[in-house]
Design a protein around this ligand. Structure first.
Ligand code: 13P
Ligand code: SF4
Length: 334
């Protein structure tokens, strides 16, 4: 965690904000709506948020859609119901705005696999390589990158880079390998992985396919290759949602965080969605970081306008360039 953010955390503890109890008699939906209007705040939520948060959001989307919204909004405050790197990206794009994250501990296991100092050494060892980083990384890693991508635009952007140009891809090894298979191109891949997507079980997926033979398997490219090989469609959260909405099939096995099912069920109430199970544990596929955000924390954060995302300006400026490059080069991609 950057130093500026560390100081901010201890400040929150000093003022007792973290323990502020919520009045249980409040209608939090109504209170959040009132706060949005009063403070000219926009509430952006990722598909992996719990349904109650999605239902009160102004915009629900994938990492790319959320970044575009953060860059374009005229609100004074961006309340980010997602994880730290997403709120950080919003701050990089809109430094003049106050960006709030309901729980500062909502990190990302994948981003954590790529410490900026180690990444710097890795990149320096391959000075002729262009550095393409998945948006699930810290601002400091973005600052060392030439271009950022999301799962929605990664293939599109990679195909725009001349074949003769060697490319480093970080931090997700599964997305990197999936891009290699899609484009036939060899990448130098950082060995990072997401704890949610790596745990989907091929064995249990095959058992589900036997139980529901007509179901199509839709998977996020962060899943292991063994799972992706059984998928009828591989894509980002928004692409998975669109596929299920437009496809004529009526049952789908979904290999990504199960929060996405909320919008899919709203889109297609008659269709049957089955979450792909992990190999062990509680049999759910929830991201423990995303799920740190709750309606109560959302309300408290909007009320106090805390915790706020802070970062060093020099890092922000360097991280901005590759994000802007991504947005420009993927105009029209969704
Ligand atoms: P999307 O780009 O599909 O939103 O994925 C974000 C993410 O964190 C996947 O784990
Ligand atoms: Fe990070 Fe994985 Fe959670 Fe996505 S699902 S935010 S990659 S830990």
């Amino acid at each position: 965690m950057p130093v500026a953010q560390d100081i901010w955390n201890s400040r929150l503890e000093q003022i007792g904000f973290i323990d502020d109890p919520v009045d249980l008699t409040l209608d939090l939906y109504e209170e959040i709506e009132i706060l949005k209007k009063k403070k000219n705040a926009i509430l952006l939520a990722h598909y992996y948020q719990e349904p109650a948060i999605q239902d009160v959001a102004d915009f629900i989307g994938d990492s790319l859609g959320l970044s575009r919204q953060a860059a374009a909004t005229s609100a004074d405050i961006i309340v980010f119901a997602g994880v730290h790197f997403m709120a950080e990206t919003a701050k990089i794009l809109s430094p003049e705005k106050k960006v709030l994250l309901p729980d500062l501990n909502a990190g990302c296991s994948l981003a954590d696999t790529c410490p900026a100092d180690e990444f710097q050494v890795f990149c320096d060892q391959h000075p002729d390589h262009l550095v393409m980083s998945y948006i699930n990384c810290s601002a400091a890693v973005k600052a060392r990158s030439d271009i950022i991508c999301t799962s929605t635009n990664a293939e599109h952007l990679l195909r725009m880079i001349p074949e003769s140009q060697p490319v480093i891809f970080a931090p997700d090894r599964n997305l990197g390998r999936w891009l290699e298979r899609k484009t036939g191109r060899k990448l130098k891949i950082w060995d990072g992985v997401c704890i949610v997507h790596e745990t989907f079980s091929e064995r249990k997926l095959l058992a589900l396919k036997v139980e529901f033979p007509a179901a199509r398997v839709l998977a996020h490219p962060e899943c292991e290759e063994a799972v992706l090989l059984h998928a009828d469609f591989v894509g980002s959260t928004s692409a998975i949602r669109r596929f299920a909405r437009e496809d004529t099939g009526d049952s789908f096995i979904i290999a990504t965080e199960e929060g996405i099912l909320h919008q899919m069920r709203k889109d297609s109430p008659g269709k049957h969605f089955i979450p792909a199970p992990p190999e062990s544990g509680c049999n759910c596929s929830q991201c423990p970081h995303m799920r740190l955000n709750t309606l109560e924390k959302l309300y408290t954060c909007m009320h106090h306008e805390l915790p706020e995302i802070r970062m060093e300006e020099s890092i922000r400026k360097r991280a901005l360039k590759p994000i802007e490059r991504m947005i420009e080069m993927s105009e029209g991609v969704s």
